[in-house]
Ligand binder design. Sequence first.
Ligand code: KIV
Ligand code: ZN
Length: 551
Amino acid sequence: MLEQPSHKYTRFHPLSLKDRTWPDRFLEHPPIWCSVDLRDGNQALPVPMNVGQKLELFQALVGCGFKEIEIGFPAASNTEYAFNRHLIEEERIPEDVAVQVLVQAREDLIERTIQSLKGAKRVIIHLYNSVSPAQRRIVFRLEKSQILQLAVQGTRWIKERIHRLSGTEVTFQYSPESFSCTEVDFARDVCEAVMAEWQPTPEKKIILNLPATVEVTMPNVYADQIEWFCRNLKNRDSATISIHTHNDRGCGVAATELALLAGAARVEGTLFGNGERTGNLDIITVALNLYMHGISPGLNFGNLNELVELYERCTGMTVPLRHPYAGELVFTAFSGSHQDAIKKGLGEWERGERHLWDVPYLTLDPRDMGREYREVIRVNSQSGKGGVAFLLESEYGIELPKEMQREFGPLANEEVDRIGREVNATELRDIFFCEYVNRSDTWELQHFHVDGTEGQFRCKATVLHHGKPLQLTGESNGPIAAFVNALIKSGTPVFQVATYKEHALGFGSEANAIAYIQLRIGERSVWGAGVNTHIELASIQAILSALNRMV
Ligand code: KIV
Ligand code: ZN
């Protein structure tokens, strides 16, 4: 890092708003919520959701109570277009839910977007273009007046086509992208020009969505920008002011809450804050922050564990163990003094001695979200994979790779369900060893030897295959690859090693090593694990463990 960061970076110069009023306000009611999980969230996934996954998430969002849901960028890809059409044609959108679609100020994209909406009951067409100095200079190479014209032209192209959506209730939304890094008076001018073209009224408002596309300041600066904008916009009562924060400096939630104080009425964000870079605003956190102050958020997160499971399955992302409200460990107390205080507080509550929640360390009652308070990590059939992984690691030093946790978690739950009671760490370790390590159903290693110099290895191995000895030889650029080669030469269906991880188990020269290997055969992938005093042998056993589990 630089000794003098000021030689490279400079402070953002905020606008001056000496008579700001937002610091004296309180949040008293929830905003209008708009989920952008299926667009902003989806576009930031390493593997974007397919139509089936998007549909499942859409239904979950509807179940949570969202009335505005951005479903995609239909002109951007066939999958996005097909998803729109599917929702509309299969009548998956409840009457009281408006679907929102994003589009840039380009006539061909607008044309396709309008086509994608035919037959929908309620839509929000969301036009955006970036307005910040950096984007004007680097991306568009346009002057301010030309950027303003781009926004007006995009609005006009939409307006000219609206008659084709007869029978559809259309709301128009405009976002000056990168609002928070733009001269606020210029962003306001662009929005006013867009309004002049669209002609909203107090009865049929335009949505002006003012994004912190990249979070570059402290949240109070964003709040000032929002208050200034609200106070200086012509025909203010014809616009709903919406905010859309990202989390680059880790303050997305704070920026949203302060911006609500500053006059915004609508919030865009995602479940668990999924999105580009450090993510979008986590709507669940803001909603439950309101809830813990006694304000009904208008969204229902009464089954948060199920929502986490569905979200992780559809997006492939994980909710961190300590994520506000939803993380697996946030209602577990490890410290004795915390446990004691919570126990006493809960006792007071259970005995009905207080009518308002005031339990030390628990900002709200986990049961309201379908969760429970725990003193120690225990694993039962309802536990998530995080608790399972946590116990294996803290008690036995077994550091399961993230993706393997997804495989082992449900297997452990099934076994615990079969046992019919909670299990302790030792029992959990036994379940793990039984499932992965101590397996010789089809394959068993008898002997393994490898010779080699850099880049060229040759292995000789004896394995039992269905009890019959097989002599194997193989060559490649590493011991594992040589063994894989030897197996494939012997007629095993072709497979690849997709993931490999190893570490020591314990300390000193007697340390056992554990290896985890994920094999892929065609579409299928399966994990294996091996434990041995030699890491090479642990890896070879992990391969056979995966093959044993493949059949
Ligand atoms: O972050 C952003 O600016 C966006 C816009 C398209 C609203 O996602
Ligand atoms: Zn965004």
